[in-house]
Ligand binder design. Structure first.
Ligand SMILES: [Zn+2]
Ligand SMILES: [Zn+2]
Length: 378
């Protein structure tokens, strides 16, 4: 499903948000970046990435013809894939980008290690790209702008140089929390050799040590890595095309069961774009469709995760009735219940794009209504 029919509204929202000067409320008030590249925009390919992707996909196919023979290889690679996934979903995404909870040093280091195994980008760059995506969704400043097509938002954006607006508007994103973080900056410095060793060499050596031949060890690890990349990329592509928009019908981000199931619970993307600071990234608390939630809840039970932020039922109800697409149970009930007509909604909810907890555009009403579990006493 294309989000293009909603361009006008999204353009207006972005136009209100993006620009060079900020008002006292944190709103930015010039016209902001365009939704699609200008006619004279020149796309510059990144051949190093393209060749790497060709290699990864070729050897993924090879792994189907020469599969591993040891059961231990499959078991090890499965659990490796899941925990590496948590490094991205619970780590780069929910913790570092959106600040939806706080982690004790032990959990932070574990997550940083898992994220290094993931072989994507250093946390600092990952966070900057993702905050820009949330703040300037579906504009030229969005690194994987879904208005440029499914393939572009999936992996095409990694095959070419970023649009100049990504850099221009990226400079407006607050990164002060990570600028001074010595561990994050250290990971940034050593990332390329560290992630090459941790994500490709080390798992191959481990499965060889468990008795697997080096050839299927290498190929199967490449396949696990490549498939893992596609599952993460689906959040930028599939979750901006497939599914319903119960909370905000004027954005492309959608709630997708398929993406949620494949991406450890990151597919409730319509909810997530409206409440990026909610550590569940979903209204539901069902672990089956959100394994990352289980990971964070277990960490909280162990005392390693605190300040888990959640949208209150009142906030959700107000937003659903104001801007939902009608698929939420509250929308359906409101149509039946004459006492709750859809236009009788005075709750002052945030209507801006937010990058996460601490974004200056959050309203006072929302700040007051955020529920914080497991609050840490300072
Ligand atoms: Zn998104
Ligand atoms: Zn996000």
């Amino acid at each position: 499903m294309s989000p293009n029919s909603e361009n006008d509204v999204v353009d207006k929202v972005n136009g209100d948000l993006n620009g060079d000067s900020e008002t006292k409320n944190g709103h930015i008030d010039d016209h902001g970046p365009l939704s699609v590249p200008e006619p004279d925009y020149k796309l510059v390919l990144k051949w190093r990435n393209i060749l790497a992707f060709i290699y990864l996909h070729a050897f993924t196919i090879v792994s189907f013809f020469y599969p591993p023979v040891c059961l231990s290889t499959y078991i090890y690679q499965f659990f490796l894939a899941v925990f590496i996934g948590f490094g991205t979903t619970a780590g780069s995404h929910r913790l570092f980008t959106h600040r939806s909870y706080r982690a004790k040093p032990l959990l932070r280091w574990f997550i940083i290690y898992l994220q290094t195994l993931a072989g994507q980008e250093p946390i600092y760059r990952w966070v900057r790209d993702h905050r820009v995506h949330h703040k300037f969704t579906d504009t030229n400043a969005d690194p994987h702008n879904s208005k440029r097509g499914f393939f572009f938002s999936h992996m095409g954006w990694l095959c070419c140089k970023k649009h100049p607006d990504v850099y221009k508007y990226g400079k407006k994103i607050d990164m002060s929390d990570l600028d001074d973080d010595k561990v994050i900056q250290f990971q940034r410095k050593i990332y390329t050799p560290a992630t090459f060793f941790c994500s490709l060499i080390l798992p191959t050596l481990i499965t060889m040590a468990m008795g697997e031949h080096w050839w299927p060890s290498w190929n199967f690890n490449v396949a696990r890595y490549t498939i893992g990349l596609h599952l993460v990329w689906l959040v930028n592509s599939g979750a901006h095309y497939w599914g319903k928009r119960p909370y905000e019908k004027n954005i492309s981000a959608s709630d997708s069961y398929i993406v949620a199931t494949l991406a450890l619970g990151e597919g409730w993307h319509n909810y997530h774009h409206v409440y990026p600071w909610d550590y569940k990234t979903a209204e539901s608390t069902r672990y089956w469709f959100n394994p990352t939630l289980l990971f964070i809840d277990v960490a909280a039970k162990l005392g390693l995760a605190t300040d888990l932020k959640v949208a209150s039922d009142e906030m959700i109800r107000a937003r659903v009735l104001r801007t939902g697409d009608g698929s939420h149970k509250y929308s359906k009930q409101a149509l039946i219940d004459a006492e709750n007509p859809l236009d009788n909604n005075n709750y002052d909810c945030t209507m801006d794009h937010l990058w996460g907890f601490g974004d200056k555009a959050m309203t006072e009403t929302d700040m007051k209504n955020i529920v914080i579990h497991n609050r840490e006493v300072d």
